[in-house]
Design a protein around this ligand. Structure first.
Ligand SMILES: N[C@@H](CCC(=O)N[C@@H](CS)C(=O)NCC(=O)O)C(=O)O
Length: 351
């Protein structure tokens, strides 16, 4: 069932104004479940995940899908990192149409679900392919359902990213990461009053200090294996120096200046399923060119030097078993490879 929205701010260029930054709650919160209780049963090939590689919320779903080996069961559509006033568009595809859904704008799937829907069009979005209708854009729930409801379609050796016995701790860690880090960078970046920015900045760096401490003697956030909590922290950390440090004024330090966090982020980046989904070109283009309210010239910086992402991290010395009793995912399917333009080894600083 559609849920009411709260506030009016999203990370696009049109929905933040003079008011305090407030993230809207996802409007379509139906769930795709094993028992199909909302009318959307888990089914291989039925749904399409629309996820911008620029967007941290959508990237969570891209990473989890890959870690769990759901690529064949749930196909992936990647829109242009630059929205126009009709929001996300499929201009990277031939004829500007998503080849599976046949639509030019993600808004068409929202319209098919609810004509005249007044809220924003956002990613991640899961669309029912046969009807063309949006099922859910509930970014907080989508990944948890991939872990707990799509189990029949997981690859052999898929990790348990949301293990029952650790859920309480994972939820607590994720709540702090969400409030101060994932959403904290947006609160700082879109603040329109000094006091709002100051508060968001302080909360963000206080939390990063705590996380640094936690990660200085343990490899992962909860337990000794990868969990959903690591996915959620990673998607903000990987954008930190490329976007948030400058564009959102989150500049007490760069990620590359925070030893434990930087090694942790590199460890994840170099783990199959994480870095192989990251497109730094999409990230930089999106943030610096779409948020014209905070970067009116639309100039995209050439830096920072991203080559450090590939350097040794030595985190294996802390122990940990990334995939628990499972195994890492295999190579990325050729059709889903991040193009060279988005990889650190190909991104060149101006010379
Ligand atoms: N659905 C979410 C979170 C996801 C989100 O904010 N996604 C951004 C991209 S990072 C988006 O699609 N914003 C709409 C737009 O930019 O047009 C919400 O309700 O706040």
């Amino acid at each position: 069932m559609p849920h009411a929205t709260e506030g009016n701010a999203m990370c696009g260029n049109t929905e933040y104004g003079r008011a305090t930054f407030k993230r809207s709650r996802s409007h379509f919160a139906d769930r795709i479940t094993a028992d199909g209780r909302d009318g959307w049963p888990v089914e291989a090939g039925r749904y399409r995940l629309v996820a911008s590689r620029a967007c941290p919320w959508a990237s969570r779903a891209v990473i989890v899908r890959r870690l769990l080996g759901l690529e064949d069961a749930l196909s992936l559509a990647i829109p242009d990192p630059l929205q126009d006033d009709r929001s996300w568009r499929f201009t990277l595809d031939p004829d500007g149409r998503d080849p599976v859904l046949g639509i030019r704008f993600l808004s068409e799937a929202y319209d098919a679900r609810e004509k005249g829907y007044p809220g924003g069009v956002s990613v991640p979005a899961v669309v029912d392919v046969p009807s063309g209708k949006l099922v859910t854009n509930d970014f907080q729930q989508i990944t948890l359902d991939l872990s707990t409801q799509w189990t029949a379609l997981h690859r052999p050796g898929a990790p348990d990213l949301y293990p029952e016995r650790l859920r309480e701790e994972i939820d607590v860690v994720m709540a702090g990461v969400y409030r101060d880090v994932n959403n904290g960078v947006y609160r700082a970046g879109f603040a329109t009053r000094q006091s709002e920015y100051d508060a968001a900045f302080r909360d963000l760096f206080r939390r990063l200090d705590l996380l640094s401490e936690r990660l200085s003697d343990q490899r992962y956030l909860v337990g000794d294996t990868l969990t959903e909590a690591d996915v959620r922290l990673f998607t903000t950390l990987v954008r930190f120096d490329a976007a948030y440090h400058g564009h959102f004024k989150c500049n007490r330090f760069k990620l590359a200046e925070a030893p434990a966090l930087w090694a942790y982020a590199r460890d994840l980046y170099q783990t199959p399923g994480f870095g192989d989904t990251v497109d730094f070109h999409h990230i930089k283009q999106h943030y610096y060119r779409v948020h014209t309210g905070i970067n009116p010239t639309g100039i995209v910086p050439l830096g920072p030097d991203l080559s450090g992402w590939l350097t040794p991290h030595h985190r294996e010395e802390l122990g940990g078993r990334p995939f628990g009793d499972g195994t890492p995912p295999g190579p990325v399917a050729p059709a889903e490879e991040v193009p060279p333009s988005g990889r650190p080894e190909h991104l060149r600083l101006g010379s």
